[in-house]
Write a protein that binds this ligand. Structure first.
Ligand SMILES: Cc1cc2nc3c(=O)[nH]c(=O)nc-3n(C[C@H](O)[C@H](O)[C@H](O)COP(=O)(O)O)c2cc1C
Length: 220
């Protein structure tokens, strides 16, 4: 198994997945990694739905695709590439995002991360569930499974939560499609460290920047 930092730097959004089934043992280990995450007072108000039901996935994919048509695609087309990413890489990202939109329901398993957060959750609620989601992404990578953190369904959150039978005091926060990847892992591409890290005060250059401060992941 690759070492932890190698896993972290190569855990990118794996949007092209094979529809082949994946063993329950791997799904269990991914979720166990999620359950190890920090959470407020260790209350563990999270719940995880393992969704294999083709009809439910298809219904939710329609909302996911609708949200893409209603704004996500135009946003991609109108935005410059993000920091550390070339125009060419950004167009490849849009292709992969489009692929996942069309094939979302074909991933053999989704893990839907939910939180029992009450009927009107506050602004910080996501902090109680996203550490678990990140742990699951890293575990999936370590086990050779592809995964993506997705939240686009939240544009139709009430409809999706109803399809999945959530009670009124619980909400879904992420859908993580899991499957064997078609492509290779990593590297993630990010802005150079000096652009986002300051020493002591906002805007002050950091002494941590390496001499050849390049976009992270650029050399791969
Ligand atoms: C809060 C959040 C929501 C996201 N939602 C989606 C999504 O709905 N669909 C998708 O394809 N990717 C989604 N992503 C993945 C990001 O697009 C991805 O992490 C980013 O482009 C960087 O790419 P990389 O992780 O492959 O390096 C989401 C990521 C985060 C953190």
């Amino acid at each position: 198994m690759p070492e932890l930092l190698e896993i972290i730097h190569s855990t990118r959004a794996m949007r092209r997945l094979k529809p082949d089934p994946i063993p329950d043992d791997l799904v269990r280990r991914v979720i166990e990694a999620g359950l190890a995450a920090p959470n407020p007072s260790n209350q563990q108000r999270w719940r995880f739905l393992v969704v294999r039901d083709a009809e439910a996935k298809r219904q939710i994919q329609r909302y996911y695709a609708r949200a893409f048509e209603e704004g996500v695609r135009d946003h991609y087309l109108a935005s410059p590439p993000p920091p550390g990413v070339t125009q060419e890489q950004y167009l490849r990202q849009l292709k992969a995002v489009t692929y996942l939109t069309d094939h979302f329901h074909e991933a053999p398993v989704w893990v839907v991360a939910c939180l029992q957060d009450g009927e009107s959750p506050g602004r910080g609620a996501g902090a109680s569930i996203y550490p678990a989601v990140q742990n699951m992404l890293l575990a999936a990578r370590a086990l050779g499974l592809g995964a993506t953190l997705t939240t686009r369904h939240l544009r139709y959150g009430a409809e999706v939560d109803a399809i999945l039978g959530l009670p009124p005091d619980a909400h879904s926060y992420a859908i993580v499609p899991l499957g064997y990847p078609m492509g290779r892992f990593g590297p993630t591409r990010r802005a150079p460290l000096s652009e986002v890290v300051f020493d002591d005060r906002w805007g002050r250059s950091t002494s941590l920047a390496p001499a050849s401060d390049q976009p992270i992941g650029a050399s791969h």
